[in-house]
Ligand binder design. Structure first.
Ligand code: SF4
Length: 106
């Protein structure tokens, strides 16, 4: 798949994420993202990145892409098993997980 086609496919998947009012972020924050969540399914979220079909992205090898080194994984603890993900309304995702929205930390 060409990088442009891949980008367009991932962008359309991101568009499927439901918009959640800001007021409901707090109640969602402490919950884990269910694997059957529509947004999780659209972005192919998994709790174990080894189960995902990944491709090299932004100069990072597929095998090196994990939630724990993603820009949207919000924690100061590099060894955190679970942490909020900004892409999933700050609900918890697994550190060794992955989804198609992965972007390297800058
Ligand atoms: S956006 Fe990043 S931290 Fe969130 S689920 Fe996807 S890979 Fe994990």
């Amino acid at each position: 798949m060409t990088p442009r086609r891949s980008f367009l496919k991932q962008s359309s998947a991101l568009a499927l994420i439901p918009l959640v009012p800001i007021t409901s972020f707090e109640s969602l924050a402490a919950t884990k993202v269910p694997l059957d969540d529509p947004a999780a399914k659209a972005l192919r979220y998994v709790e174990d990145a080894n189960l995902a079909k990944r491709a090299d992205k932004m100069g990072v090898a597929a095998a090196d892409q994990l939630c724990s080194n993603c820009r949207f994984y919000v924690t100061d603890d590099a060894n955190a098993a679970w942490a909020p993900c900004q892409l999933f309304q700050n609900r918890l995702v697994a550190g060794p997980g992955w989804c198609a929205g992965w972007v390297p930390k800058s």
